[in-house]
Every structure is written in structure tokens, then in C-alpha cells.
Design a protein around this ligand. Structure first.
Ligand SMILES: Nc1nc2c(c(=O)[nH]1)N[C@H]1C(S)=C(S)[C@@H](COP(=O)(O)O)O[C@H]1N2
Ligand SMILES: [Mo]
Length: 155
């Protein structure tokens, strides 16, 4: 693919190495940025999503996993994002995806996209992507399963 936009669909070999040790991420709402730490995340309403798979054409499928954390819509609501249409979730290694509010709102209540900080009831490790975007509906290329979220951005 000749598109250089890292948020556009693309093929990608997974990066095995966390880009840094710090799991905090920036939440940017229309130009205003704040840092969200794991403690901040832990104070928000929580969701669990069972039967999650990480599917890759090149290196197989892993799962099922239960991921727990904060639904992306809830995060944005709790931080007062207000009127927004598209959210970008970008990692420290330049990987990322873009999700439309309408698609998040259409998700079944038990399969909501979330920022995960737990895997199978244990704290998620940095090696496994802490904080990790999990889009449970995605079952093809894992391109929405963003490890090491560094920024969540709405415009
Ligand atoms: N930040 C980041 N997230 C990423 C990637 C990456 O390179 N960097 N690779 C993606 C791809 S292509 C795959 S297949 C899965 C692999 O997830 P795993 O390492 O937990 O198996 O992570 C996805 N998320
Ligand atoms: Mo992948």
C-alpha cells in the first residue's frame, strides 16, 4: 500500500518491544492535552470483554483472552469530550487506528472497545501492550489492537 498515513489500514509486522516503560498516555480533546495514568484509568467505570482474539495473517491467532479496562466511549465521556465524531488511538511506536463514534456506539454492550489494563484477571504487562486498545469486533488483521497507547485524540 502506498499510503503513508500510519492510521490508515495497512499491513504491519508487529513490534515486539515496548517503546518506553511508562504506560501513561495523553488524552487530547480539541487541542487540550492531559496525561491519564494507570491510577486515573483505575478510577473509571470498568468493563470486561471475554472471547477476544488477536488475529494475524502472518503469525496466527492467539486467544481467547478476557481483557478488562475502560470502554473508550466511557473514557471520553468521563473526561468531557462532548461533541466528537472520530477518535485516534496512537502508540508510542507510531502504530495507530481511527475509530468513528458511530461504530463504537453500535457495539454490543458486552463487546465494547476498551483501553485494557488487565488480561485474564491479571495486570496487563507492558510487554503485552499495557495500555492496550482492544476492539473485540475485529477478527482479521489486529490492526486496531493498538499496544502501548500513547495518545487518544479527538478533534
Ligand atoms: N503499538 C503497536 N501495536 C500493535 C502492533 C505494533 O507493531 N505496534 N502490531 C499489531 C499487529 S500487526 C498484531 S498481529 C498484534 C500482535 O499482538 P501481540 O503481540 O499481542 O500478539 O498487535 C498489533 N498492535
Ligand atoms: Mo499482525
Amino acid at each position: 500500500m502506498s499510503n503513508d498515513d500510519p492510521l490508515a489500514p495497512h499491513s504491519h509486522d508487529p513490534n515486539p518491544e515496548p517503546p518506553s516503560t511508562d504506560p501513561a498516555f495523553a488524552l487530547e480533546i480539541r487541542g487540550h492535552s492531559r496525561i491519564v495514568t494507570l491510577d486515573d484509568l483505575g478510577r473509571l467505570p470498568r468493563v470486561n470483554v471475554t472471547d477476544c482474539f488477536v488475529v494475524s495473517t502472518g503469525h496466527g491467532t492467539s486467544g481467547p483472552f478476557t481483557f478488562s479496562g475502560v470502554a473508550l466511549l466511557d473514557l471520553l465521556y468521563e473526561y468531557g469530550a462532548g461533541d466528537w465524531r472520530v477518535v485516534e488511538v496512537v502508540s508510542g511506536d507510531g502504530f495507530g487506528t481511527r475509530l468513528r463514534r458511530a461504530e463504537l456506539e453500535a457495539e454490543p454492550s458486552k463487546r465494547r472497545s476498551l483501553l485494557a489494563d488487565e488480561l485474564d484477571g491479571q495486570p496487563l504487562t507492558r510487554e503485552h501492550g499495557l495500555v492496550r486498545l482492544v476492539v473485540p469486533s475485529e477478527r482479521d488483521d489486529a490492526l486496531k489492537q493498538v499496544k502501548w497507547v500513547a495518545a487518544v485524540r479527538v478533534r
